[in-house]
Design a protein around this ligand. Sequence first.
Ligand code: URP
Ligand code: ZN
Ligand code: ZN
Ligand code: ZN
Length: 513
Amino acid sequence: MSTPVKKVPIHLQSAQNRLLIKNGKVVNDDGITDNDVYIEDGIIKQMGRNLIIPGGTRTIDARGKYVMPGGIDPHTHFEVELMGAKSVDDFYQGTKAAVAGGTTMIIDFVIPRKDESLLEAYERYRESADQKVCCDYSLHVAVTSWSPKVKEEMATLVKEHGVGSFKMFMAYHDMFMLRDPELIETFKACKELGAIAMVHAENGDIIAENTKRLLDAGVTGPEGHEMSRPEEVEAEAVNRACVIASQVNCPLYIVHVMSRSAAEAVDAARRRGACVFGETLAAAIGTDGTNYMHKCWKHAAAHVLSPPLRPDPDTPYVLLNMLAKDGLQVTGSDNCTFNGEQKALGKDDFSKIPNGVNGVEDRMSVVWEKGVHAGIMDPTKFVAVTSTNAAKIFNLYPRKGVIAVGSDADIVVWDPNRKRTISAQTHVQAVDFNIFEGMEVHGVPEYVIVEGRVCVDECELKAVHGFGKFVETPSHNIDYVYCLIEDREKRPRGVARTEAEAKKHAEEDAAIA
Ligand code: URP
Ligand code: ZN
Ligand code: ZN
Ligand code: ZN
């Protein structure tokens, strides 16, 4: 049983419930077709050419444009309380910005307060988000401590509240961090429940040690953030998480893979046959860690997130290639925005700078620009890594992540020939800084259709407060996740030994001697 959604869907109150998108190139993860798309009451009802359509239907001409599944951003932190600050993009402003950029669904993380139970935290998020979201959303839940009660609550969340994924932190010492025995237990619990384990993979003990050493040496600025957690500290934790998940045969999703060696560790685990998925971020492919050396403290601090951006200028290219070749599967944003004055909590100590950057609004543009426009991936791969793969992994497919008859009408009409320049001056997000400032991007969402409603209309944003709803991510995703697990399940068997064999072997030994 799921938590009831009380409100009346706004599209049922709207007169404009029929829509035809004509003459476009429909892009799915498996190919591009010339099709018109007819939508009624929020659902794709027909596809083809020369469709027979009721009178009074609004038509959008998509000639020369791509008609793609709306983006799914599986990693946001709206109005999250973290390191003494609350992120400034709330569920309204955050999802409005998402829609402005062509994203029609987000998955946020419930992070429980100290002394708050998982269920209480989940209810708190639902209460706030249900009223505010401009597009559909789901929730992952963070497990930040381990006890029998936590295990019970995980089961309740899966069985009664539509949660299918749990995030565990290997970093954030004395805050959220779990140790290996706890990771083993949480992964086992996920496996038992048919859920997906997610990890923030960095070695928290090493980071604590390095932080102390750097601060003692007088390195207090944002550059110390990256110096305290170089990429091998990320790669070690990625590998450890993959080994633990593989040993307990639990599916694993590594959030925010930020470095070459971490991506290689994900890729290597997948090649060994482990059920592991890797997510990188718009931030990781759209900018880099040289920003931590910037002379302006505010600029440098605005780039602080964990794991950090890498100073190696090739990393964005390497991560994009990993996405293109299925070494990594998903691009999220990890949108977790703090204003300059909040970042200033760490003015004298980099370890106190609230962690997080923007990305929910610009993720689609950044992946298009650096991936498709740069010739590294084609539009079908773009759809895979910005929408379809997330839908498949989190069991939302084919309701989401595909343009097909019967799917939700979450669609972006993308004009590859238009350009725009990203800037904090013009972005929709509440935050006062944009890490992609000044980037010129080709490809603009001309129309964004959320559940059949035109929420970006010829580039004009018309998002609706509270229009979205909570969508369950059911457990036991056999088609895309647990199929990989069942295949690997083997009953342990010992060696059968008989008296007769032992006697024969002893005689042979005696003969040799
Ligand atoms: O720095 C980050 N990534 N902030 C958000 C919290 C998290 O670890 O994902
Ligand atoms: Zn994280
Ligand atoms: Zn995050
Ligand atoms: Zn012997």
